[in-house]
Design a protein around this ligand. Structure first.
Ligand code: PEP
Ligand code: MG
Length: 550
């Protein structure tokens, strides 16, 4: 027997790409883009005036957003503001208007051509710029046609559905009122996705659903962690979503209770939880109160886009980082380019196997001017704050540490001769290569930090960027855990700190394995500090197999 077709009431499931967030049940609200209404061709003089007024309105709104937002959002919006003042964009529009084209049509034509140019390039950075252009196109169009998305009408607790969300629209929305959003297009690496992650907004992108086919006022379940939207959920799905939502809320409460407290296992062992800083924007988004310091600063971002920051620029950032940490220890890793992190103008082109080539500290030796400049900035910062430590990436043999230390000493001597204040920071090494893990005790390092991402790839012989071999690169593989235990033992024997700063430390499910290895210092992604502290609080080392936690 076939059930009668009831497309409007049967559950419809749309799969997309999970960006961030959890499970929520709420009314659907479709957000339509601007430009749905069109201007009629009018007097060119009036059209030009309307266009200029729309540019002004857009500029004022962007300026207000920039002032209200953090630097991550500000950087994105500054680019749009600059475009509004760019004659190459506005002059052709005004010329088309003078020729009799309505202002909105002239603006759409110009912006669509620009967007197509940026998209056509196939370059990720330029595609991000296309997203900014499309955002700006809509903002000016809204001002011109008076069709700005009616955000005020969005019901509380709604799941917003849009073809795409633009950064400035995202920032206009009061997300605390809403359950989250689903877009038909979009990408998990877009600016909107970055903003959603940073602000904990539930977002699924790329569902490819037909917005017109959605039932007006219907209910849906947004499972943002699974990347799924279920429209017209049946009672079983509703009950499951409500239970998942309640469990999440309970977990959030438990995380809130431990977030600002020092971490301690259920059997009373204190564990230091530090933050990994891999973008300067994190310093605006995260309070240092929730962590015990910085366990890893990925300084590659200072060199983003092929830039080579000079000593003063680097020093300014290290000062900012130290001020953020407010006296807590801060570990800065020297430039770790190469392998999966090529840097135009610095890394070596044409290597047959870049992961096994001149990367990390090896590259610093091949580009001593870049390395020495960073060392000078670091030792100057160390003089101003006693809590700075310097860490060397991708080290294999003890002589590399000796050579790096000699270079550090030379830079200190040079600065002192020039009368520039500087100080010796603690100099530690990352343990990312099995050879270094096995022989950790042979290194005269002031501390060790285990880079489990690379340690796993080199131990399991599985490239970290190749999903086809991901199953073999299981972090719980006994060989990896054995190497971690050996490094912990070497640290204990030498009386120096051992931490772990790879992704393993950001994964609550792996925390018990790391604590079993004897680690009591973990450095993780800031967004994972709460969940990691909760996993630590749940851990009880008493009576665990082979665990020596004393
Ligand atoms: C690591 O390898 O674990 C690590 C922290 O370094 P990165 O991920 O930056 O290579
Ligand atoms: Mg690494």
């Amino acid at each position: 027997m076939t059930a009668p077709a009831q497309p409007q009431t049967q559950p419809q499931v749309y799969e997309g790409i999970a960006v961030s967030g959890g499970v929520a049940l709420g009314p659907l609200h479709v957000l339509r883009g601007p430009g749905a209404t069109a201007r009629r061709a009018g007097d060119p003089v009036q059209e030009a005036a309307a266009f200029k007024a729309a540019l002004n309105e857009a500029a004022t709104a962007l300026q207000a957003l920039i002032e209200a937002e953090d630097s991550l959002a500000g950087d994105i919006l500054e680019f749009q503001l600059a475009l509004l003042e760019d004659d190459d964009i506005t002059a052709p529009v005004l010329a088309a208007i003078a020729g009799g084209t309505p202002a909105d049509r002239a603006w759409i034509d110009k912006m669509d051509a620009e967007i197509a140019d940026y998209r056509g390039d196939g370059d990720g950075v330029l595609a991000g710029r296309a997203e900014d252009l499309s955002d700006l196109k809509n903002r000016v169009l809204s001002a011109l046609t008076g069709s700005s998305a009616a955000l005020a009408e969005v019901p509380a607790g709604a799941i917003l559905v849009a073809e795409d969300l633009t950064p400035s629209l995202f920032l206009d929305i009061d997300w605390s009122r809403l359950a989250g959003a689903v877009t038909t297009g979009g990408s998990p690496t877009s600016h909107v996705a970055i903003l959603a992650r940073a602000r904990g907004v539930s977002l699924v992108v790329g569902t490819r659903l037909a917005v017109e086919g959605l039932p007006a006022g219907g209910t849906a379940i947004l499972d943002a962690a699974a990347g799924r939207l279920t429209v017209n959920p049946d009672s079983a799905a509703r009950a499951a979503a409500e239970a998942a939502g309640a469990a999440e809320a309970e977990k959030e409460r438990a995380i809130a209770a431990v977030l600002h407290q020092p971490a301690r296992t259920a059997d009373g062992i204190p564990v230091m939880v530090l933050a990994n800083i891999d973008a300067p924007a994190l310093l605006d988004q995260v309070s240092s109160d929730i962590c015990d310091g910085v366990g890893l600063t990925r300084t590659e971002f200072l060199f983003a886009g092929g830039r080579q920051p000079d000593e003063e620029e680097q020093l300014a950032f290290y000062r900012r980082l130290l001020a953020w940490a407010d006296g807590r220890p801060v570990t800065v890793r020297t430039l770790d380019a190469g392998g999966d992190k090529p840097l135009p103008g610095v890394t070596i082109d044409g290597e047959t196997n870049p992961f096994l080539g001149v990367r990390g500290l090896r590259l610093s030796f091949a580009r001593p001017e870049v390395f020495r400049c960073q060392l000078r900035a670091l030792v100057r910062a160390a003089e101003e704050a006693g809590n700075l430590k310097v860490m060397l990436p991708m080290i294999t043999a003890p002589w590399e540490l000796d050579q790096a230390r000699a270079m550090l000493d030379e830079e200190i001597a040079g600065l002192r001769q020039a009368g520039i204040p500087c100080a010796h920071p603690a100099l530690g090494i990352m343990i990312e290569v099995p050879a270094a893990a096995l022989m950790a005790g042979d290194f005269e390092a002031d501390f060790y930090s285990i880079g489990s991402n690379d340690l796993i790839q080199y131990t399991a012989a599985c490239a970290r960027d190749n999903p086809a071999v991901a199953a073999l690169a299981d972090p719980r593989t006994p060989a990896v855990l054995e190497l971690i235990r050996r490094v912990v033992a070497a640290g204990e024997a030498r009386g120096v700190e051992v931490s772990l700063c790879g992704e393993m430390a950001s994964s609550p499910a792996l925390i018990s394995s790391l604590l079993d290895c004897g680690l009591t210092m973990l450095s993780c992604a800031p967004a994972q500090i709460g969940p990691v502290k909760l996993a630590i609080a749940d851990y009880d080392g008493r009576g665990r197999n082979g665990a020596d936690h004393g």
